[in-house]
Design a protein around this ligand. Structure first.
Ligand code: ADE
Length: 252
């Protein structure tokens, strides 16, 4: 997957060299290119923002600079061999479409993502209007809180998407067993997990997990997932599909 990120803080993305993301990049599964937005400014101060029309606090990112940057990044990628069609452009904003596991799965199918994280009060809206008519543009929020900028949101999204790419995780089952994964885990949180020793400071590992009975273990895990979801996220539990749960029980 090709990923371009245009930001005034490309150094923010250093964690993408670490751990699973770093390995995915080394193996060529993830091709991440960082771009400094200020490279497309034309003044000595490399200004990327200006005061908002209509007044109000904060600053807004200037459309011309984003326009030049996006055009140049897309053109350079297209000029390189092997980069397909057009990118899916993702603009992080708390007022965007909520980022969920479903959205991560959708993005994992894309060959090329272009992230445009903003600082200040956001990017002039005409940038999204302009590219919305040329590319597929998503404004996406990672939660109901406000970050100092979109960079941290981009890190979150890339990690959630990249671990779904074939060959990134050692064990493909980790993806299907995830909380929120489609199928029987849809709208279910994963239950508790344990490793050795069987007793630690008087706390015992649930006996069923030591039984070796795969059917019983699968059923226990599903029940624990259900219990945890009802306790911590009742609004998710109300979206559970009884038919999926019944089908699962028949299988077990
Ligand atoms: N930028 C600032 N806050 C954000 C959020 N919650 N999600 C995505 N981008 C953001």
């Amino acid at each position: 997957m090709r990923v371009d990120i245009i930001s005034i803080f490309p150094e923010y993305f250093a964690p993408l060299d670490v751990s699973l993301m770093g390995k995915a990049r080394e193996r060529g599964i993830l091709d991440i290119r960082l771009h400094q937005l200020r490279d497309w400014t034309h003044d000595v101060h490399k200004t990327v923002d200006d005061t908002p029309y209509g007044g109000g606090p904060g600053m807004v990112m200037k459309p011309e600079i984003w326009g030049e940057a996006i055009d140049a990044v897309v053109a350079a990628a297209l000029a390189e061999r092997g980069v397909p069609g057009e990118p899916r452009m993702i603009v992080p904003t708390p007022s965007g479409r909520p980022f969920t596991q479903e959205v991560a799965l959708e993005y994992a199918e894309e060959p090329w993502l272009l992230f445009a994280p903003a600082r200040y009060e956001g990017i002039d809206s005409r940038v999204m209007a302009e590219y919305g008519s040329r590319l597929r543009v998503d404004e996406v929020g990672i939660g109901d809180y406000v970050l100092a900028g979109g960079e941290a949101a981009v890190l979150v999204m890339i990690e959630a998407v990249a671990r779904l790419l074939p060959g990134v995780l050692g064990n493909a089952r980790s993806v299907t067993d995830d909380s929120f994964a489609p199928g029987v885990m849809a709208n279910l949180l994963e239950g508790p997990v344990y490793t050795k020793p069987p007793v630690w400071r008087g706390h015992e590992v649930p006996e069923v997990l030591l039984s070796g009975h795969h059917g019983k273990i699968a059923r226990w895990r599903r029940d624990e997932a259900l219990r945890r979801t009802l306790e911590k996220r009742p609004e998710l539990a109300s979206r559970l599909d009884p038919a999926t749960l019944d089908a699962y029980d028949r299988k077990v």
